[in-house]
Design a protein around this ligand. Structure first.
Ligand SMILES: [Zn+2]
Length: 389
């Protein structure tokens, strides 16, 4: 057993099947419902994205399908496949564009719920970003909620409950997911191998409560962050010519992440073959393919947005310092000297203007504007901002 035990997976007690450590409340509600056998046909997991909902949904599937008396045992083959998200009675649906589309609901979600799964007692269907269901999709989806098929449990992940139609939300049992506390994030950072206290503190502040961002920072992201926040200084030192260098560096970063994403997709497919041999259930193969394709599609936007987030945080810190605020409140408080230098060069209005420019570009990336040109224009503007002050 110890060979398969890992962080967040199975330990001596078998307990960490449920999300830990920040989601005690949610885990408690779900575990009790599995133990009592009173499982609702629709849950709304309400809270900031990426704080443990995936683990909770998969653990729910494990709890409902694991054959052990103390399900989920966390050790059997069923638990294993559920927790990896590759069990035939477990589905994940992510929006394919800006919203969930009605065609997806009709052609994939409802058939999955109403058809019997090739294996498993209970079906669990997880809808990521369910608050991005448009009205037509929500109306189609209501059919699944009004006439719930037996032994089927929907899990809707909702960051903003106001965005989900009441007709849907009112039929769900709400479970709250909390943002992680600094103490929980610090423990997680330690587990992820950040042993230096300064690095850990920076990562905990910079991840803004998201364990997913924390993982990115721990896995090389801190170096990226330091490079991003050095862009203003380099623009000042090297002039507008550095704009092109900065864009190329970000392109390299995107390529590096894209290669990692591709490799992760490959590993998932290999794992499927290991789990199922030549007979990978078609639904699962399709899910894994789609998941990998979506991640690859989203890599560029995700990486660039994260870079711009780092830059916005830096300019906000500059604004704080330039307007005489307490530097202890700065997110980048480990870089006091650089912060003071940039703050001095920009002044409060320059820092504010710079943050606004970066935010506007970040929004543009969501609308699929041409990335390279947008970034080039941004860095040129930032460079002129510094020199004119
Ligand atoms: Zn089990």
């Amino acid at each position: 057993m110890s060979t398969r035990a890992g962080p967040g997976r199975r330990e001596a007690s078998g307990a960490p099947v449920w999300p830990a450590p920040a989601q005690k409340h949610a885990a408690g509600v779900l575990r009790a419902s599995v133990e009592r056998g009173d499982v609702t046909h629709a849950w709304a997991f309400v809270g900031p994205a990426g704080v443990g909902q995936r683990r909770a949904a998969r653990a729910l599937a494990a709890g409902l399908n694991c054959p052990a008396p103390d399900a989920p045992c966390g050790a059997c083959d069923v638990c294993d496949r559920c927790l990896r998200g590759v069990y035939p009675a477990y589905w994940e649906f992510a929006p394919t564009g800006a919203a969930h589309r009605v065609a997806e609901v009709r052609e994939r979600w409802l058939p999955a719920a109403f058809r019997s799964a090739p294996e498993g007692r209970w079906k669990v269907l997880r809808v990521l970003e369910a608050d991005r269901m448009n009205e037509a999709a929500a109306n189609a989806f209501l059919k699944g909620l009004e006439e719930p098929p037996p032994a089927t449990s929907w899990v809707l992940e909702v960051a903003d409950p106001d965005e989900l139609p009441d007709t849907v939300l009112s039929r769900c049992r709400v479970v709250r997911f909390a943002a992680w506390s600094p103490a929980a994030l610090d423990a997680e950072a330690r587990r992820l191998g950040l042993h230096d206290a300064g690095e850990r503190a920076l990562a905990v502040r910079a991840c803004l409560g998201s364990p997913a961002t924390l993982r990115r920072l721990a896995g090389g992201g801190l170096d990226d962050l330091r490079r991003h926040r050095s862009i203003p200084r380099r623009l000042r030192d090297q002039g507008p010519g550095y704009a092109l260098v900065a864009v190329r560096a970000l392109d390299d970063e995107v390529r590096r992440h894209a290669a990692e994403t591709k490799a992760a997709g490959r590993r998932e497919r290999e794992e499927l073959t290991r789990l199922y041999g030549d007979e990978v259930p078609r639904g699962i193969a399709r899910q894994v393919e789609e998941r990998a394709a979506r991640r690859e599609r989203e890599t560029r936007t995700r990486v660039l947005q994260a870079a711009l987030d780092d830059l916005v945080a830096w300019y906000r810190d500059c604004l704080l310092v330039a307007s005489g605020g307490d530097p202890a409140g700065a997110l980048n408080l480990d870089a006091g000297d650089e912060l003071r230098a940039d703050a001095g060069a920009l002044g409060p209005s320059g820092a504010l203007g710079a943050a606004d420019l970066v935010l506007a570009t970040r929004e543009g990336l969501e609308l699929n504007v041409q990335h390279t040109l947008a970034l080039e224009a941004l860095f040129l503007e930032l460079s002129s901002l510094t020199r004119s002050t």
